[in-house]
Design a protein around this ligand. Structure first.
Ligand SMILES: Cc1cc2nc3c(=O)[nH]c(=O)nc-3n(C[C@H](O)[C@H](O)[C@H](O)COP(=O)(O)OP(=O)(O)OC[C@H]3O[C@@H](n4cnc5c(N)ncnc54)[C@H](O)[C@@H]3O)c2cc1C
Length: 445
């Protein structure tokens, strides 16, 4: 990619990432993955000045039969699943939010607080519209890691955007993580959302990876990035003795949780913020188009059309992630979002928590990521491990522009099944059947 093109791309990348990160979600490796993709496709720019190839097919609405996710489909996990799907549809609102993942629900949470303080005397209405069950997109299907990137990729980011902006981007991730942790803890919900804050070990599988991690760490330290004192480097021998795998690595602070339950908590808080702010949820209500309002009886600016009827409102928040271009024409809106799939399995360890530990993990330059779910009886129970990744099994296409989260990919399945037994021979066994396997798809800006 030539320097001119790269410079033109930066504002698009930053704006879209900031929009996502500011919504109290921590997109694991998203920044670096986006840059990687930009560079991979850099020679194929289009009329928007964006480097991605044109989609092979149009972006669809979310499919009706997604694969079943442990987070969403475990018994009793999603009491909000069908809320507002039947009966009368709200027809008038101040703000409509399309999408009930962490972006949409955290927008509702912050809006409710803002309108309570600054919304004047009038009562205000915020409506969340969701095509399927509550939170059934990427947020209800992801890897469950809640962690700011502490320094990875710092040197490259500083070279691309300058040290000051690089530091700000890491601070933003730290802030959003701490905010979500604060909300969970202040509401006494750590147990409810299965919050475990035991950090993350990143395995450095090649000398180049280790060298690059150390360069990033030193560059981040020299730039004055905070919070680096807690970072612990682990050599190969210690890792082997204490964690059962023969790669060096680095421990950094981090948590894991049940993402759907954290978002359900945010929704509950949004809906109970104030009697002046009515936050309503309509699941199973896909928005099929957003138009300027032509309803002569309504003074609102926009009309949102759904199979259940129209809703008039003044502001629209598109929190639709990889489905964004179903509603937003890329040429007119200058918003272009690349959907991409990911696959996750839940597989039992063959050892107990004492051997498996409680930390989250990443390896292979972040392609694979996993953590053991907490167990009730650490002597008896074998932890179930949530493992995602193996996308390199689908190189070079990496399943970009794939919006079907209903079909499990068999190549990725077999790569995932063999990954942990190869890395930790005494702790996992290739013959163990995953108890759940699901697909999620997300977006690269
Ligand atoms: C493989 C992979 C693993 C990841 N793992 C992690 C992780 O461990 N930790 C982490 O923090 N992040 C992770 N991420 C990123 C994270 O999951 C996403 O960034 C985040 O969930 C996006 O949230 P969202 O609310 O923007 O989108 P979503 O959760 O996808 O929500 C969008 C919602 O909009 C709805 N929708 C779409 N179109 C319409 C329409 N027209 N009308 C009505 N509703 C509509 C969808 O049904 C969906 O529910 C991962 C990403 C990938 C690719």
């Amino acid at each position: 990619m030539g320097p001119t093109l790269r410079l033109r791309l930066i504002p698009h990348v930053l704006l879209l990432l900031v929009a996502q990160m500011a919504s109290a979600v921590v997109p694991v490796l998203q920044f670096d993955t986006a840059q990687f993709v930009l560079e991979s496709f850099g020679r194929d720019s289009d009329s928007l000045g964006l480097p991605f190839p044109h989609p092979a097919r149009p972006v669809t609405l979310p499919v009706a039969s997604p694969s079943k996710s442990f987070w969403l489909d475990s018994p009793g996990a999603n009491p909000l699943a069908k809320v507002g799907s039947e009966g009368e549809l709200t027809t008038d609102a101040d703000v409509c939010i399309i999408g009930s993942g962490i972006t949409g629900v955290s927008a509702a949470y912050h809006l409710a607080r803002l309108l309570e303080r600054k919304g004047g005397e009038a009562n205000r209405t915020v409506v969340i519209l969701e095509a399927r069950d509550f939170c059934s997109g990427a947020t209800g299907r992801n890897g469950g890691h809640l962690r700011p990137n502490p320094f990875s990729g710092f040197a490259r980011r500083a070279a691309l955007y300058g040290v000051e902006d690089a530091v700000k981007s890491y601070d933003l991730e730290e802030y959003t993580t701490q905010e979500l942790l604060r909300i969970i803890r202040e509401n006494g919900a750590s147990e409810e959302v299965d919050l475990v804050s035991e950090g993350r070990v990143t395995l450095l599988m090649t000398p180049e990876e280790e060298e690059s991690a150390r360069v990033d760490f030193e560059a981040a330290k020299a730039a004055g990035l905070g919070r680096l004192d807690s970072v612990k480097w682990i050599d190969r021998e210690t890792m082997n003795e204490t964690r059962g795998t023969s790669f060096p690595g680095v421990w950094t602070p981090g948590s894991n949780l049940w993402p759907l339950k954290a978002v359900a908590l945010l929704f509950k808080l949004a809906a109970s913020t104030s009697e002046k702010v009515n936050v309503t949820l309509h699941t199973h209500t896909p928005v099929t188009s957003v138009e300027p309002s032509t309803d002569s009886m309504s003074k609102r600016r926009y009309a949102l059309f759904t199979p259940r009827g129209a809703i008039n409102c003044d502001y629209v928040v598109h929190a639709t992630n990889g489905y964004a271009n179903y509603l937003l024409d890329p040429a007119k809106s200058k918003v272009r979002v690349v959907p991409t799939r990911g696959q996750i399995i839940l597989v039992p360890a063959i050892a107990g928590t004492e051997a498996v530990g409680k930390t989250g993990w990443a390896a292979n330059e972040g392609f694979e990521y996993w953590f053991p779910r907490p167990v009730k009886d650490s002597d008896e129970e074998r932890p179930l491990v949530v493992l995602g990744g193996a996308r390199e099994a689908m190189a070079p296409g990496f399943e970009y522009y794939e919006t079907d989260d209903g079909v499990v990919n068999r190549n990725i399945d077999s790569a995932l099944r063999s990954f942990l037994p190869k890395m930790f021979p005494g702790l996992y066994d290739e013959t163990s059947e995953p108890t759940w396997e699901w697909v999620r798809f997300s977006a690269l800006p």
